[in-house]
Design a protein around this ligand. Structure first.
Ligand SMILES: Cc1cc2nc3c(=O)[nH]c(=O)nc-3n(C[C@H](O)[C@H](O)[C@H](O)COP(=O)(O)OP(=O)(O)OC[C@H]3O[C@@H](n4cnc5c(N)ncnc54)[C@H](O)[C@@H]3O)c2cc1C
Length: 814
């Protein structure tokens, strides 16, 4: 460690010397950043890293995370050839299936591994036993094997990355505790340590389970809770000359194994999780001297895992236990990492690795270093972005409930459409009681209770998808879809994230951050993307000009922190001091009335002239409904004539009931979010974090129409002007409407895998299953036959011209 005095300034300060901090340092150095200091309050690896089990698996449920873990393996192989090798052992890994559902999961994973060129293969129970002879095969139906997975010594890994970083110029100071962080004009300015103050431009909080306490120094909420995680190591009993065993995971039994010297290391995810140093009322409070320490053995909670391990590996009941490790590790509410720049400029976080931080460290360091250098993520990191967490996570109670639920379900199969049950009900629409009284089945998004569908619309299961897509399916969705296409549907979208952007500079600001021209005059509504400097879609929303210098922005429920946080950053960095961004999500309800009879119905609830001539498409007006002044905006996300109606929350229930009453006799049906999904897929409307994200540009996503041709400057324009399009988003249909792609399935043309499914669903009007995928341009011609792998079986579909429904937009512009 550095013996020189602590410098008084550095460009980048990394806090934390576990695998996270050392990897960020290593990758920053690789990118040429030399003016970097890493601080740890104790020794390197003295947090969670030193007691990790060290398993490294690559395939994860998220494509980006899989790519990151593949980078980790590449890096660990590379480091193994240096003077400070991390003991990387490429022993392979086995995953067992003991239920038909787990077997399906394995086959599905093999499919998407194919899209990464990862050689994951299905093996028989006998082959699994040949690879791991200690295993009993009771109940085993099948398995998968990935030869390039492995194991590493976590402390040596951190030391290897630290050595690489140091050799490239990074200075490392241990026993240097960060006490406070100073900010100026919304950006970090310096860190104060017990050894002095360092002025800096960027801070990367790699504090692991300590990250929330570090973030509180700048009033940033990092929703991580230290959870107790346990494993044991047996006495040595194996032949020292025998080949290294592969790692073994038996998720149905909640357990994992790997060889440790000539014994076994065995751990798992308990069904009765336990938080450490945090509870429902209080944030984490890790003792100031908690380094290089473990928690007390908790055999009671480990019992189920121990019993299961003896069933799977009978030898476990014969051999002694050499050590039992109970170590705390930072978990997040959805078992994904917490990465990226917070609302404080230059304050980055790379923490919350949820017991897969060793597998992830290489990739984490790479993407975070790139993010710091570029000022924006270089991959689609939405699922790991700190900005995915809404304001509810400021509550210790909400956070811990979610984390406990997810910890305990870590090894469960997660079917599409699964809803989380903890910490509910959260935020409610003013019409919530009406929905509940009318058989609504609620889902949850960003702590909002939202109607998925109404159970009383259910009929029979004739259209129920095969397999996983049918697990949380309801026939009510088809009924609600059809009612919207044939008559009208009323959707409660009160959870939409909403903001008012105002100030003299607001028009210039919005035309700088938006790719479309959103300054079209008071009363005009524009659909736009906001791009990053690479031309990727950072967010997409509608902007309504409500005054000469005032705009009403509507974006998705889950994107409030992300989208409005990004706008705040552009405002700060672009010098738009005059602009005010006020989040008003909870001030307005939103009800969407959509369908061919929308005008007839709305006319009964208002005396405003709703004719096309007086109230054209993409216009917005203040009108009266039930004695309440509301904002009605004529647009659609389902491909029908319709209005979104924004009412003050206090009058929301009254307005909802007035609309329901106006629809009596017109076939109006209250509808839920699942119907919106089906309707918008059929119409080809894109969803951010679905078909579009920070890695996709508007042209390949088929959104070129929303890019202003008139504007000379906006963020991302230069990149768009020079972008070479090599791929395109295509719609594929399958004649059997029950054969529904879920996402991530490989897409094959002429026998070659050419892409993976982005999103899928059922189109009840076209009576087909639908999938979307980015494919190389040469394969995007409508009429091209495609094969998609569903759980190990290939089904044939066809690429179709878009949109699949109402290509002339005749339904919208009536
Ligand atoms: C029992 C157990 C088994 C595990 N098994 C696996 C596995 O098999 N595979 C896998 O991939 N992952 C596993 N993990 C997870 C993995 O160990 C962690 O994800 C990883 O070590 C976290 O690294 P980190 O750098 O984020 O945090 P840490 O290693 O905790 O590092 C954070 C550092 O920040 C420092 N710090 C805190 N506050 C300050 C301050 N104010 N000033 C300066 N420094 C500060 C601390 O001293 C600490 O060194 C396991 C975890 C546990 C607990």
């Amino acid at each position: 460690m550095s013996k020189s005095p602590l410098p008084s300034r550095a460009k980048i300060v990394i806090i934390g010397g576990g695998v996270g901090g050392t990897s960020v340092a290593f990758h920053l150095a690789e990118l040429g950043e030399k003016d970097v200091i890493l601080l740890d309050r104790n020794e390197l690896t003295s947090g969670s890293t030193f007691h990790s089990a060290g398993l490294v698996g690559q395939l994860r449920a998220d494509p980006t995370l899989t790519k990151m873990n593949m980078h980790s393996v590449d890096l660990y192989r590379r480091l193994q050839k240096t003077d400070t090798p991390p003991s990387w052992r490429e022993c392979g890994s086995i995953k067992l299936a003991t239920t038909p559902e787990r077997m399906e999961e394995i086959r599905r994973q093999i499919g998407w591994a194919r899209t990464f060129n990862l050689d994951l293969k299905e093996i028989s129970p006998k082959e699994a036993q040949e690879l791991f002879p200690l295993m009993d095969l009771e109940g085993v139906l099948g398995a998968s094997y990935l030869a390039s997975d492995g194991q590493v010594d976590p402390s040596q890994l951190a030391m290897a990355m630290a050595a690489g970083a140091r050799a490239a110029g990074v200075q490392i100071f241990t026993h240097t505790r960060v006490l406070s962080i100073q900010t100026e004009k919304g950006r970090v300015k310096s860190v104060t340590t017990d050894k002095g103050v360092i002025e800096c431009e960027v801070i990367v909080n790699c504090g692991g389970m300590y990250a929330p306490s570090i973030a509180r120094m700048v009033d940033v909420r990092v929703p991580i809770v230290p959870m107790s995680h346990q494993y044991l190591i047996t006495d040595n009993f194996m032949d020292p000359n025998a080949p290294l065993l592969p790692s073994l995971r038996d998720p149905d039994s909640l357990i994992y194994f790997r060889q440790e010297v000539q014994g076994l290391l065995m751990g798992g995810y308990e069904r009765n999780s336990k938080a450490w140093s945090a509870d429902y009322q209080n944030f984490d409070d890790i003792p100031a001297n908690f380094n290089n320490q473990l928690l007390g053995e908790d055999w009671d909670r480990f019992e189920e895992i121990a019993v299961n391990s003896q069933r799977r590996v009978p030898k476990m009941s014969e051999i002694g236990v050499k050590s039992f490790i109970n170590g705390p590790e930072g978990f997040t509410p959805d078992n994904e990492f917490c990465l990226g720049e917070s609302e404080v400029g230059g304050f980055f976080v790379a923490a919350g690795f949820c017991a897969h931080g060793i597998a992830g460290a290489g990739g984490i360091g790479k993407v975070v270093a790139e993010w710091v250098v570029a000022g924006e993520p270089t991959m689609d990191l939405w699922h790991m972005d700190i900005k995915r967490f809404g304001a509810s996570y400021r509550s210790p109670d909400f956070t811990l409930k979610r984390i406990s639920e997810n910890y305990e379900a870590y090894y469960d199969i997660h079917y599409p459409g699964e809803e989380r049950q903890s910490a509910r009900p959260g935020k409610k629409s003013p019409a919530y009681e009406w929905h509940a009284a009318n058989t609504a089945v609620f889902g949850e998004k960003s702590s909002w209770e939202r109607v998925n569908y109404y159970a009383n619309h259910e009929s029979d299961d004739a259209l129920k998808p095969y397999g996983w897509a049918g697990k949380h399916w309801s026939s009510a969705v088809a009924a609600e879809h059809r009612a919207t296409r044939e008559n009208a549907g009323l959707f409660d979208e009160s959870s939409f994230a909403k903001a008012v952007i105002s100030g003299v500079q607001a028009p210039d600001f919005l035309n700088w951050v938006c790719a479309n021209d959103v300054v079209k005059g008071v009363g005009r509504t524009v659909y736009t993307q906001a791009l990053n400097t690479r031309g990727g879609i950072e967010s997409d929303y509608t902007a309504t000009q409500t005054g000469d210098t005032e705009f009403f922005i509507i974006t998705g429920t889950a994107f409030s922190t992300h989208d409005f946080g990004w706008l705040e950053k552009q405002k700060r960095e672009g010098g738009f001091q005059d602009v005010t961004i006020k989040v008003v999500t909870e001030e307005f309800a939103c009800f969407a009335l959509m369908g061919p009879k929308a005008r007839t119905i709305l006319s009964k609830a208002t005396d405003y002239d709703l004719s096309h001539a007086n109230f054209p498409f993409m216009h917005s007006r203040e009108i009266n409904i039930a004695g309440t002044k509301v904002r009605a905006t004529r647009l659609t996300y389902v491909g029908e004539l319709g209005w979104e109606i924004y009412a003050p929350v206090a009058d929301g229930k009254k307005v909802w009931e007035a609309l329901i009453a106006a629809g009596a006799g017109e076939g109006l049906m209250p509808c839920g979010y699942r119907a919106i999904e089906s309707l918008r897929l059929e119409k080809g409307y894109r969803a951010w974090a679905g078909e579009i994200n920070t890695e996709t540009n508007p042209f390949e996503a088929g959104l070129g129409f929303a890019i202003s041709k008139k504007k000379e400057k906006f963020i991302g324009k230069d990149a768009l002007d020079t972008a070479k399009q090599s791929r395109k988003l295509v719609a594929m249909t399958f004649d059997d409407i029950r054969q529904v792609p879920l996402g991530n399935e490989p897409v094959r043309i002429n026998g070659n895998v050419v892409g993976r499914v982005k999103s899928g669903g059922q189109g009840y009007t076209i009576n087909k299953a639908i999938g979307y995928a980015y494919l190389p341009l040469e394969h995007t011609t409508p009429g091209t036959s495609v094969d998609v792998e569903f759980f190990g079986t290939w089904a044939t579909g066809v690429i179709c011209a878009e949109p699949l429904f109402d290509p002339e937009n005749s339904k919208i512009r009536l």
